[in-house]
Design a protein around this ligand. Structure first.
Ligand code: RNT
Ligand code: ZN
Length: 420
């Protein structure tokens, strides 16, 4: 049987449950998933030689990592060729691309330093998201940036944040797509602090000052991302969950939830509908934490599927900005991108191919036994046949073709880098 014939059989099975798979594929093709540039070079960037700081870490030393903007963009292009559907590119400020001999410190970055990213995105018909980089820099003093007791340090990072708002606005104006700008710092303490409120008050005031930079609210979507702990900052993080949530609520920015940033039995899937009751829009970093915020490549596990289900059944595909955030240095990085992006899309496709209205009715009518059996039955519907056909229609390889394509790129391009 061809992929198309398999699809046609699947379509009938889904149709008998009132599910329109043609429509599901149409919708999926329009949902943007933002691909994080930092998977390609282990979160290093182009503006410094120092190590990765901020309480985050990559592990592994797989050969072939991108060392220059040209290499990173080429690798992203390879990954993009393996990913169906609509994509955005998520850029960190540390990935400014300078002309030869040119340099600007983080607090004096300008739109022109990101012109190459804009060209790259426009040529591929994609939007751009942006992140100020509050780590891996000498002005991180005693592990603090925006919450530092040193005003000079805070002011430096406030100027950085404001510069990033201007760059985000430039991204949105150039691409015609709103730019999600995420504020995350690793500010915190390794051991029990003597003052928890002081750093948070300074952090709050600093973010408010950044947000006082004028911008068009339809074009720039500032977010605040929370975190529970980082490496070397195990006892306290200034940007805790309650802090970020309240910050967003009071200042009209978006709360950003990274599902690696909560206690191990907390789930972001359950937080999505809670937040959607109050916020017009929210943002996500979708990742896979294994035992902790380990930033493993996104796979089709229960929580990823549950996250996608909540977005879809809350009818919130246009209210939730989906970005990926993980960094695995122990495997082929192009595969890491492609597998994670495809996983998110598969999860969304699965969510779009569910009889939500029927299931909601069963719940409302307290027909819980029937609800349970129906939810179990849905799990084994032939989603793979729909996914394969979707990929074929988009001219993208199926899952089994992914590794050979990556391997060929590794042999022809990545492996040569080690010799250079
Ligand atoms: C860190 C946060 C943050 C970073 C990126 C690189 O724990 O998740 O989003 O991963 O900014
Ligand atoms: Zn994140």
């Amino acid at each position: 049987m061809t992929i198309k014939e398999r699809y046609e059989s699947a379509r009938e099975i889904y149709a008998s449950l009132g599910i329109d798979t043609d429509r599901a594929m149409e919708v999926l093709a329009q949902v943007p998933v933002s691909m994080h540039c930092w998977q390609g070079d282990d979160v290093i960037g182009f503006d410094h030689d120092g190590p990765l700081t901020g309480g985050i870490q990559t592990t592994g030393n797989y050969p072939g990592k991108a060392r220059t903007p040209e290499e990173l963009l080429a690798d992203m292009d390879k990954a993009i060729s393996l990913i169906p559907g609509k994509k955005k590119i998520n850029v960190h400020a540390s990935y400014a691309i300078f002309e030869k001999g040119e340099f600007a410190d983080r607090d004096s970055l300008e739109p022109k330093h990101f012109r190459k990213w804009v060209e790259f995105a426009k040529e591929r018909n994609m939007g751009l998201d942006f992140n100020p980089t509050f780590f891996s820099h000498p002005m991180v003093k005693d592990g603090q940036t925006l919450s530092s007791p040193d005003k000079e340090v805070r002011d430096f990072w406030i100027r950085h944040g404001k510069a990033c708002i201007r760059i985000s606005q430039y991204f949105a104006e150039e691409t015609g797509v709103p730019c999600v700008m995420n504020i995350w710092t690793g500010d915190g303490f390794k051991d029990v602090p003597a003052d928890r409120m002081g750093p948070r008050m300074r952090y709050k005031e600093a973010i408010e000052e950044i947000l006082s930079e004028p911008y068009d609210r339809n074009l720039v979507k500032p977010c605040v991302e929370s975190k529970v702990f980082g490496i070397g900052v195990e006892s306290f993080t200034a940007g805790s969950a309650e802090f970020a949530l309240s910050m967003a609520a009071k200042n009209g920015c978006l709360p950003l939830m990274d599902n690696g940033h909560y206690h191990p039995t907390e789930v972001v899937s359950d937080k999505i509908p809670a937040m959607l009751c109050f916020y017009p829009e929210i943002a996500l970093h979708v990742t896979r934490g294994v035992r902790w915020d380990s930033d493993h490549v996104l796979l089709l596990d229960d929580e990823t599927r549950e996250i996608a289900k909540e977005i879809v059944r809350c009818n919130a595909l246009d209210r939730v900005y989906i970005a990926l955030d993980y960094f695995d240095a122990s495997i082929n990085r192009v595969a890491a991108w492609a597998v994670g992006m495809r996983t998110m899309q598969k999860a969304l496709l699965g969510a779009l191919c569910m009889p939500h209205q029927t299931l909601k009715t069963l719940q409302d009518e307290a027909r819980f036994t029937e609800l349970m059996t129906m939810q179990e039955a849905v799990k084994l519907l032939p989603l793979g046949d729909v996914w394969n056909y979707y990929c074929e229609k988009q001219g993208i390889t199926d899952d089994l073709g992914l590794f050979p394509a990556v391997k060929q790129y590794e042999d022809e391009v990545l492996s040569k880098r080690e010799l250079a």
